[in-house]
Design a protein around this ligand. Structure first.
Ligand SMILES: NC(=O)c1ccc[n+]([C@@H]2O[C@H](COP(=O)([O-])OP(=O)(O)OC[C@H]3O[C@@H](n4cnc5c(N)ncnc54)[C@H](OP(=O)(O)O)[C@@H]3O)[C@@H](O)[C@H]2O)c1
Length: 337
């Protein structure tokens, strides 16, 4: 009991009853597990019209779709589209974005949730980039740039009566990144620093990748008018999911003990995700939300070093996106709207 009181996270209020997704097309990546699957259920319970879910294996997507549709709270026969997306591969990200643009004519909300937690050095066989960097940061950033034109067009087609949302699942753990105490020197690119196996500290890969997400959201927001698309990120707190699945058995066991005392359920944690994509307003543009409130950035983010990293990250990311996707679509997304 004492342990529970000491380690308890603040409660997450129920989602506002006014939150309704009728008429909206919503994308959730990583929908087959944990927070993504729970977020899908919230959207369905709030009358979403078209839900687009992504998974790595199509067969798994069909199973999740059937399970979601069979839920007793899901009544209005929503359309659920299943798409394959593997964030370890640029070509999968680009193919997904093209297929989406070809198959849907509007997108009101993109909730980029998929992510990994690894404690080992692993390289994507597709891009040769370190895996946590590739999945948690780079692919989500490129996908954001590729989805922005559709999100923008959707708000504009609706006479800007309501902005679209581009929301990325981040983590407060970003403030544990090693680059805060030891900034990447100007002579090294951020991408090279993240791909340097010799200098790596695998137990910090996750925090490091989430620092990049935080900086990217802050920078991207500067390029987009929040009357058109609100760009934000959020931290769901500690949540009991499959995120630790890649760790060794003893670490998973220890993790399970901590989770059993302290963690939120996916249903509760995913309220933070869903609220960021409708309950939150322009005050959240470029910000991180925690339990429905904007969490001020740590001072380092606004320091000279933090701003230098943010600017370099933006330049390197847009260059990488342009190298891999059609230059026109990336350039259109990265200009101020
Ligand atoms: N749980 C927490 O305490 C916590 C706290 C803060 C932030 N988060 C963030 O919340 C998000 C969701 O995580 P979760 O806790 O719900 O964990 P989870 O249950 O492990 O779900 C992760 C999802 O991401 C997908 N994914 C992993 N690698 C992928 C790849 N290469 N390409 C495409 N999809 C991939 C997984 O698909 P597969 O099943 O195919 O692997 C799964 O659907 C992550 O971004 C995580 O960093 C979690």
């Amino acid at each position: 009991m004492l342990a529970q009181m000491l380690f308890m996270q603040p409660p997450v209020p129920a989602l506002p009853t006014s939150l309704n997704f009728h008429g909206k097309t919503v994308l959730v990546t990583g929908a087959n597990s944990g927070l993504g699957r729970a977020a899908c259920l919230h959207y369905l319970q709030r009358n979403v019209s078209t839900l687009i879910i992504t998974v790595r294996r199509a067969s798994e997507g069909e199973a999740v779709k059937a399970e979601l549709l069979a839920h007793p709270d899901v009544k209005n026969e929503p359309k659920i589209l299943v798409f394959e997306l593997d964030l370890s591969s640029h070509s999968s990200v680009i193919a997904f974005a093209s297929k989406l643009r070809a198959e849907v004519d509007c997108l009101h909300i993109a909730l980029l949730n998929a992510g990994v937690f690894l404690l080992d050095w692993k390289v994507s066989p597709h891009t040769q980039n370190e895996m946590t960097f590739q999945v948690n940061y780079l692919s989500n950033a490129i996908l954001s740039l590729l989805l922005l034109p559709l999100l923008r067009a959707t708000a504009e087609a609706n006479s800007l009566l309501a902005p679209s949302y581009l929301s990325i699942v981040a983590s407060q753990k970003y403030n544990e990144s090693r680059y805060i105490a030891n900034p990447i020197p100007e002579s090294t690119t951020i991408f090279d620093a993240f791909n340097d196996e010799k200098g790596s500290q695998p137990w910090l890969l996750y925090a490091d990748s989430k620092l990049l997400v935080r900086l990217f959201v802050k920078e991207l927001a500067k390029h987009v008018d929040p009357s058109t698309v609100i760009i934000n990120c959020m931290c769901p707190g500690m949540v009991k999911t499959n995120l630790a699945r890649n760790l060794s058995f003893p670490l998973r066991l220890a993790g399970r003990l901590v989770l059993s005392v302290r963690a939120r359920s996916p249903e509760v944690g995913s309220r933070v995700l869903v609220n960021a994509t409708g309950g939150a307003g322009k005050e959240s543009h470029g910000e991180m939300l925690v339990v429905y409130q904007v969490l001020p950035v740590i001072p380092w983010i606004e320091s000279k070093e933090g701003e230098r990293m943010q600017t370099s990250l933006w330049r390197e990311t847009v260059e990488e996106a342009e190298k891999n996707a059609s230059e026109a679509s990336v350039a259109a997304s990265s200009k101020v709207s």
